[in-house]
Design a protein around this ligand. Structure first.
Ligand code: NAD
Length: 376
């Protein structure tokens, strides 16, 4: 069985789906590995490092044509999708609920596609394959670093001969995997940190990191898979109002609130931004083409409001730390391959709780219930 990795082409995407360490493990497991020339360059894995690991470096067209399993980070562009064959398996963060036409094309071409986003993350067997968590963890860590860099003051308390600086106050809105990592990192940098989430059970996790918890008057409970459910317009307005009052006292706001397949909720309104102190920093990890948690945030851009608030749109922050993110992602890909492939054949027991969830399409059918519902 041949496993291939392509160079990512999305703007700002520096990650790669396989790293040399995972190539060594795949080769040891008896797989052949092919990597597109230059695929790992932006993540500091030159072609030679893959060759030393036992992979063959090929052109893009050759990798697509000769792979049985094609590993990608992001959903590939139309030219790749149209070149795929019915006997191939595509694995990636395919963002299926926002790429429905691509999924329909993959199904029509009888390609088998697996999307990490649909993994049932609370099933213990799935945890080594949990690419959403590995990438959210990198993004959360990076968010605190980006905030520290954008903020014009110290994060920790500093007592010097020239005077004392008080510690910065940071609030992290949305305390899932990324939010908890942002809290832990901001704490290590010496800030005084608060967490806020609509899932009441996140309080304990926030407090266990030594941060305070700001209680939400709205509990949007755990929806399917432990995710927060989408809120009604009324609830969202109530939340914006309660946050407007609370956020004025913070120097740094890091937002990570997402609801799978939906537009992220707008939590920091334009009025709230206008009331923040000049020099305050907002890092919006939910920023996307469809909007984010912070009014006016633009993905991959840094905007300064008329009131002097720095708003950083950072929807794919894991891509800015490509070496670590790719290493973790590649391990998730390896775990997924080992779970799906037995005796060199792809095993699709669609009654299995992990496979029935992650396999988007197989044998010409859209098999994922979540995607079928979205297609209706
Ligand atoms: P996510 O990226 O979907 O969302 C980030 C956070 O934003 C979540 O904590 C969510 O509750 C919060 N949020 C959503 N809407 C909000 C709003 N309007 N206001 C404030 N906060 C809001 O979350 P995630 O990091 O992918 O985690 C989702 C869930 O999965 C969590 O319950 C997490 O604990 C769970 N999880 C479990 C495992 C495991 O069991 N191994 C692994 C990963 C995640």
């Amino acid at each position: 069985m041949r496993v291939g990795a392509l160079r990512e082409t999305a703007i700002g995407e520096h990650r790669v789906a396989l790293d040399p360490e995972v190539v060594v493990r795949l080769v040891k497991d008896g797989r052949e590995v092919v990597v597109e020339s230059g695929a790992g360059t932006a993540a500091s894995f030159p072609d030679a490092s893959y060759e030393r690991a036992g992979a063959q470096i090929l052109s893009r067209a050759e990798v697509i044509a000769t792979s049985d399993v094609l590993a990608v980070v992001r959903c590939p562009e139309a030219s790749v999708v149209s070149a795929l064959r019915s006997d191939q398996l595509l694995i990636g963060l395919l963002d299926p609920l926002n790429n429905l036409p691509v999924i329909e094309t993959l199904a029509a071409k009888r390609v088998t596609a697996v999307a990490f986003e649909l993994l049932p993350r609370t099933v213990s067997r799935a945890q080594s394959m949990d690419a959403l968590s590995s990438q959210a963890s990198a993004a959360g860590y990076r968010a605190a670093i980006v905030a520290a860099e954008a903020f014009g003051r110290y994060l920790p308390m500093m007592i010097t001969a020239s005077g004392t600086a008080r510690p910065a106050s940071v609030i992290v809105i949305g305390t899932g995997v990324a939010g908890l990592q942002a809290i832990a990192t901001a704490r290590r940098l010496g800030a005084v940190v608060t967490g806020y989430d609509v899932r009441a059970d996140s309080r304990e996790q926030v407090e266990s990191l030594g941060a305070q918890f700001l209680t939400s008057s709205i509990t949007a409970g755990a929806g399917e898979g432990g995710y927060a459910r989408a809120m009604t317009a009324e609830e969202q307005a109530g939340q914006q109002a309660e946050l407007a009052a609370a956020l004025k006292s913070f120097d740094v706001i890091i937002t990570t609130a997402k609801v799978p397949g939906r537009t992220p909720p707008l939590l920091v309104s334009a009025e709230t931004l206008a009331a923040l102190k000049p020099g305050s920093v907002c890092i919006d990890l939910a920023a996307s083409d469809r909007g984010g948690n912070v009014a006016g945030s633009i993905d991959r851009e840094r905007v300064v409001t008329p009131g002097g608030v720095i708003v950083v749109g950072a929807g794919e922050l894991a891509a800015d730390m490509p070496t670590s993110s790719s290493q973790m992602y590649a391990r998730n890909v390896l775990a997924m391959i080992n779970d799906l492939v037995t005796d060199d054949a792809i095993a699709f027991d669609l009654a299995d709780e992990v496979r029935s969830a992650v396999v988007l399409c197989h044998a010409g059918q859209v098999t994922s219930r979540a995607v079928r519902t979205a297609l209706k």
